[in-house]
Write a protein that binds this ligand. Structure first.
Ligand SMILES: [Zn+2]
Length: 213
């Protein structure tokens, strides 16, 4: 890789790096390309090298929520809350992985949505399409954390499978902090399915409650 004259050069395995001002504050953004050509982001605040118990959100791309404002899930509010949380903490990272629809891809997610319109929940719709409940791969996240010199993390998540997946990929996960936000009348059923059928860690999403406890 050619020597760069920029102030904050990208170091392998990252190929690009900059500071990015956003509505949440200014972040250090690095890009990594995986073996399939997908570009993943490490969005961070503060010192990462040698950090222990670093607040980290491993977030999977969700175009329908993050770009279109879809109310069928809670991805954009979770992403926004995670970015705000690491700014408030003065340190942390959001690893933004390009694995749409829990890894099944955008088109298949849209097909699953069509089945949900016909009455299936998110788990059954994926199974009808021949997919597992969660096909996400956390090796890229582990690679990024190791390259950044992060010693251990506290995950911002409600998903125990994500903790297991990252531990299996070699990440030292010290603990978990919940990230509950973005409940709306449309996604209540979806969130309740994630709790009841996929083991997500929050209180039952009650039909009338604005927020799970
Ligand atoms: Zn989503």
């Amino acid at each position: 890789m050619p020597q760069s004259k920029q102030r904050a050069p990208a170091e392998p395995p990252f190929y690009a790096r900059t500071r990015l001002p956003t509505a949440h504050g200014t972040f250090d953004v690095r890009v990594l390309v995986d073996g399939e050509g997908r570009e993943h982001l490490a969005i961070s605040v503060g010192q990462l090298e040698g950090a222990r118990g670093l607040p980290v959100r491993v977030h999977s791309e969700c175009l329908t929520s993050e770009v279109l404002g879809s109310l069928k899930c809670d991805c954009k509010p979770q992403l926004d809350a995670a970015l705000a949380a690491i700014q408030a903490a003065g340190r942390g990272a959001v690893l933004y992985l390009r694995q749409e629809g829990r890894g099944i891809g955008l088109g298949n997610k849209i097909r699953a949505y069509a089945m949900q319109e016909a009455g299936l929940d998110t788990v059954d719709a994926n199974r009808v399409l021949g997919f597992g409940d969660d096909l996400r791969d956390y090796a890229v996240a582990a690679t990024m954390l190791e390259a950044l010199g992060v010693e251990s993390v506290r995950l911002l998540t409600n998903n125990p499978l994500k903790i297991e997946g990252l531990r299996d990929a070699g990440v030292d996960v010290e603990g978990r902090d919940p990230l509950v936000t973005g409940v709306n009348p449309v996604n209540r059923g979806y969130l309740e399915t994630k709790r009841a059928r996929m083991g997500h860690l929050y209180a039952p999403v009650r039909p009338e409650a604005g927020q799970p406890a």
